[in-house]
Design a protein around this ligand. Structure first.
Ligand code: PLP
Length: 398
């Protein structure tokens, strides 16, 4: 058996490979440079162009580009009317922002458990957590796989809840042939560099509902309108006149970011195709390793995978997850863990959330690890990762 690098053996790779990385090419750089040379670096034509392109790509009626995915979630919650005393059901297996957005509005996040095979929020657990105070569901397309839309839609309709889809991981994923962004009441995206397309930072809020759109559009820019139809007292002092009609924020994106995103969006289908190829290579390789459990895909989701998660069957291995992670790292394959259950964090513990409330998510968390997945990976990179996982498993096999 090949000796592990962590025990003094030869490394699988000379250079470090990380779990995620952006793809920026000369076209992207040119697009940004053109905007820097133009009259507008913010609130200009590129932001509009990106919003219209996103509407066209997803089929959503309205898209509002914002500064990041967290701002997008905050805008979504405000537009949904979430406030003091309300409850918002979400998953613990996510980035903290999916729950924090409820706290920003004075509401309480309630954690529903996830499914043992897909790792997405479990509709049955959602149903069990609904109370008179429940106002919305923030369902996260974890790793890019679409949540069970049909069931969640039915629950939302029956209980009059707003369906917010945190699709930070899932741009370009479809559910039953429909693009994410054109499914839930409100959908949010993130364009952080590890995500499928990037603006450096950036986000977007999408909806098919005109009234929700109006609120999202207002709240992302101070609650200010220039539209006389929306003004409460349209006293036309002059062309400079605008009104603040609700409390909003400055969550605007810049035209520099929007220019980059317009350019990135043109490559999205190619990014998806490459991500799918890599996922297939991994799936085939890990099917041969009984110590590695892979995420189940539901047939309705044609997934543009953001993360590839291996789950260690620790009963079949003589190491801990930490030892496995360190062994991967020593071979120059830098993994990451997505995610520590949100309510385990000290901030949530101090709010009174107890460990153990979502046992399935906690069980999944114990064994998971995200391995490198990004479109710039070469076939050799992919083979290196497969070789590393196989080598580490081989050394720790019981
Ligand atoms: C599921 C999920 N929701 C929301 C966010 C927040 O996005 P951003 O980092 O753009 O604020 C992230 C980002 O990591 C995320 O993974």
């Amino acid at each position: 058996m090949e000796k592990l690098a962590i025990n003094g053996g030869t490394l699988v790779r000379d250079t470090k490979i990380y779990y995620g990385k952006q793809w920026i090419d000369e076209q992207d750089i040119q697009a940004v440079a053109d905007t820097l040379r133009s009259d507008y670096v913010t609130c200009g034509p590129k932001t509009q162009e990106f919003e219209r392109a996103l509407e066209q790509y997803t089929g959503a009626k309205h898209a509002v580009a914002v500064s990041n995915g967290t701002a997008a979630l905050h805008c979504a919650c405000i537009a949904a009317g979430i406030g003091e005393g309300d409850e918002v059901i979400t998953t613990p297996l996510t980035f903290a922002a999916s729950a924090n957005c409820a706290l920003y509005c004075g509401a309480r996040p309630v954690f529903a458990d996830v499914e043992m095979d897909t790792y997405n929020i479990d509709p049955e657990s959602i149903e069990a957590k609904i109370t008179d105070r429940t106002k919305a569901i923030v369902a996260v397309d974890f790793t890019g796989q679409a949540v069970k839309h049909k069931k969640i839609r039915e629950i939302c309709d029956r209980h009059h809840l707003v369906f917010i889809e945190d699709a930070a991981h899932a741009i370009a994923t479809t559910y039953d042939g429909v693009q994410v962004g054109n499914l839930a009441d409100i959908t949010t995206f993130s364009f952080h560099p590890v995500k499928t397309i990037t603006g450096g930072e950036g986000g977007a809020v999408l909806t098919n509902d005109d009234a929700l759109y109006q609120k999202i559009n207002l709240v992302h820019t101070h609650g200010i309108t220039h539209d006389p139809i929306l003004m409460e007292e349209p006293v036309h002092e002059g062309p400079w006149y605008y009104e603040q009609i609700m409390l909003g924020y400055n969550y605007r994106i810049t035209d520099i970011q929007a220019a980059l995103l317009c350019s990135q969006l043109k490559k999205l289908d190619a990014f998806k195709a490459r991500r799918k190829q890599i996922v297939q290579m991994y799936d085939e390789a890990f099917a041969k390793l009984p110590e590695i459990i892979v995420q189940k895909e539901i047939p309705e989701s044609d997934t543009c995978r953001h993360l590839y998660i291996i789950r260690l069957d620790l009963e079949k291995l003589s190491c801990t997850r930490r030892e496995f992670f360190d062994a991967m790292s020593a071979e120059n394959v830098q993994c990451q863990i997505h995610y520590v259950p949100v309510y385990w964090f000290p901030y949530y513990q101090k709010l009174g959330y107890e460990k153990g409330i979502c046992p399935v998510a906690e069980e999944i968390y114990k064994g998971i690890m995200s391995i490198p997945l990004y479109p710039k990976m070469t076939d050799k990179d992919v083979q290196d990762v497969i070789q590393t996982v196989t080598k580490v498993v081989g050394n720790y096999r019981r």
